[in-house]
Design a protein around this ligand. Structure first.
Ligand SMILES: [Zn+2]
Length: 456
C-alpha cells in the first residue's frame, strides 16, 4: 500500500523516543514521518482523545500455523510435548497449497495489525510442493506471503529458511520435512527469485534464517552467511532440553555456546527462543549485541521452558517478542506472559523492569520496540524519517489510565483488555479502524474457506 502524501494527524498524547509528549501533530509524507511537533493545539474538528504509540515489530512468525490454533489442545495417549505437537504440525503442513498459505497468512497479518504489530519477521520454511518437488517458481510460497503482506499493509521482513537435515551432524531429513528442504544452490536461487515478488514493496527487508543447528551443518552455515552479508540472520536455538543434550553429544558444547564460538554473532542476529541457556551464555549473548527473540505465549503453549529474562535485562541484553506459532496474536499478551513467566520463575514482581524504568509496562514496550526493530532490520519508533507506523488507543478504552503516560502502557499490558487499540496506521495509511482491519470481511471469508478445505 502506498502512503498518502503530506497528511497531518493530531493526538492528545504520544510516546516519542524522548518520552511522553502532549499535543502531537504528526506530518506524514511518502509513507514516512516527516515531522513531529508537540504542544500543538489541534484545529477544530480534529479527532480528540487519542494516544499514539509506535507500532511494534513481531519478530518471529510462522503465519501458516495460525490455522492450527486451538486444534492441538487435546491430550494424546502419551505425554504431549513439543515433539508430539511437531508431528501434528507436519501432517497439517503437508496439505497447505499456495492459495491456502495466502489466505491464512493474510488473516494472520490482519490480526497482527489489529493487535498492534505493524511489521512481521516471517520465518518462512514451507517452500516446496506437497510431494517435496520445487514449484515451477521456487519462490511461489514466499510470493504468497509477500502478497498477503501487501494486501493487509503490514511491513514485511522475510526470512527464507534454509533447512537440510533432521538432526545434528547432518543427519538425513525425515519424510515430514520434505516441503522445507533446500540445498545451498537452490537456496541461493530462492533468495534471488524472491526479488520478482517484492517490486511493489516499499520497505521490504530480506534476511536469511538457518533453521536451527539441527537442520544446518557448520559448513552450510558458513556458506549461508556469505550469501547475505547485510540483512538480518535469525535462527531457532536452544528451545528444547533435548536439543541441548543432542548438541552436547554431537559437539561437546551447548547450542548457544557452540554458535557464539563458531559464528560471527552480532547485532544482525536474532536468536529465537534461547530458552535453555546458562548464565554465562546469557551474558555473552548480551555482549554480542544479538537480539533474543522471545515468543512467550508459544513457548508456554508448547511447554518449552522459561528464558532467564531478568538476568539478560540486567546485562543490558536486547530482546523483542514474536507470536511464533500464532496460537494467539496479541502484542500485549506476549509482553504480559513474558513478565508473568519471569515472576513465576523468580518468585518476585516487576521482574523485567530495566534500569532507569519505574513502569514495567513501559520497559517491556520500549525493549520490544527497539529489539524488534533491530531484529527486523528497520528503524522503529515515532521519529522523523521512520516509517509512519503507529497505533492509537482511545481515551476510555483503558479508563484506569485516562491521563495516558506510563499508566496507560501498564494498563494495556496487564489489564488484558482486547480491542484497546482502535486505529492503526502503516506507512501513513489507516489499515485498522474501530479495532478492525479495513479489509477484514473479505480476508476472513477467504480464511474460513481455506480452513474448510484443509480440515475436510
Ligand atoms: Zn519458530
Amino acid at each position: 500500500m502506498a502512503g498518502k502524501s503530506s497528511e497531518r494527524l493530531w493526538f492528545d498524547c504520544g510516546l516519542l523516543p524522548s518520552g511522553w509528549a502532549t499535543g502531537l501533530e504528526i506530518t506524514i509524507a511518502g509513507g514516512a514521518i516527516e515531522k513531529i511537533s508537540t504542544g500543538v493545539t489541534p484545529p477544530s474538528g480534529a479527532v480528540r482523545g487519542r494516544t499514539v504509540l509506535p507500532g511494534l515489530p513481531n519478530l518471529h512468525s510462522h503465519a501458516f500455523q495460525r490455522a492450527m490454533s486451538g486444534l492441538t489442545e487435546v491430550r494424546g495417549k502419551d505425554q504431549d510435548s513439543f515433539w508430539s505437537w511437531r508431528s501434528l504440525l507436519y501432517r497439517f503442513a503437508s496439505r497447505i497449497g499456495p492459495e491456502d498459505i495466502h489466505a491464512i497468512t493474510a488473516m494472520a497479518y490482519a490480526e497482527m495489525l489489529e493487535a498492534g504489530f505493524t511489521r512481521v519477521c516471517e520465518f518462512h520454511y514451507l517452500h516446496n510442493a506437497p510431494d517435496g518437488q520445487r514449484y515451477d517458481d521456487p519462490a511461489e510460497m514466499a510470493g504468497q506471503i509477500v502478497r498477503a503482506a501487501e494486501e493487509t499493509g503490514i511491513g514485511l521482513t522475510l526470512l527464507p529458511v534454509f533447512y537440510a537435515h533432521s538432526g545434528f551432524g547432518g543427519q538425513p531429513p525425515a519424510d515430514g520435512q520434505k516441503r522445507f528442504l533446500s540445498d545451498l544452490e537452490g537456496f541461493a536461487g530462492l533468495l534471488e527469485d524472491v526479488g520478482q515478488h517484492t517490486v511493489n514493496q516499499h520497505d521490504f527487508v530480506l534476511g536469511i534464517a538457518p533453521h536451527s543447528l539441527r537442520a544446518v551443518t557448520p559448513g552450510e552455515l558458513k556458506t549461508l552467511l556469505l550469501m547475505d552479508k547485510a540483512g538480518p540472520v535469525h535462527i531457532h536455538i536452544a528451545e528444547q532440553v533435548k536439543e541441548v543434550e543432542d548438541c552436547l553429544a554431537w559437539s561437546g558444547a551447548r547450542p548457544v555456546e557452540w554458535l557464539l564460538h563458531n559464528a560471527p554473532v552480532d547485532g544482525r542476529w536474532c536468536l529465537v527462543h534461547a530458552t535453555h541457556t546458562n548464565d554465562r551464555e546469557i551474558h555473552r549473548i548480551a555482549k554480542s549485541g544479538a537480539v533474543v527473540g522471545l515468543c512467550p505465549v508459544t513457548e508456554a503453549n508448547l511447554g518449552d521452558g522459561i528464558f532467564d529474562g531478568r538476568a539478560f535485562v540486567s546485562y543490558g541484553g536486547h530482546y523483542g517478542v514474536g507470536t511464533d506459532s500464532n496460537v494467539s496474536i496479541n502484542a500485549a499478551d506476549e509482553l504480559r506472559m513474558l513478565e508473568y513467566s519471569q515472576r513465576l520463575k523468580g518468585l518476585s514482581r516487576n521482574a523485567m523492569t530495566g534500569a532507569g524504568y519505574a513502569s514495567t509496562g513501559r520497559s517491556l514496550f520500549e525493549h520490544a520496540l527497539a529489539g524488534g526493530g533491530r531484529a527486523a532490520g528497520i528503524p522503529a519508533g515515532l521519529a522523523p524519517g521512520n516509517p509512519a507506523d503507529f497505533v492509537a488507543i482511545n481515551a476510555g478504552a483503558l479508563p484506569e489510565a485516562e491521563d495516558g503516560g506510563d499508566a496507560l502502557l501498564d494498563a494495556w499490558v496487564f489489564r488484558g483488555k482486547s480491542q484497546a487499540i482502535s486505529e492503526v496506521w502503516r506507512r501513513g495509511e489507516r489499515v485498522v479502524c474501530g479495532g478492525q482491519h479495513v479489509q477484514r470481511p473479505a480476508i476472513e471469508a477467504r480464511y474460513k474457506a481455506a480452513l474448510r478445505r484443509l480440515l475436510a
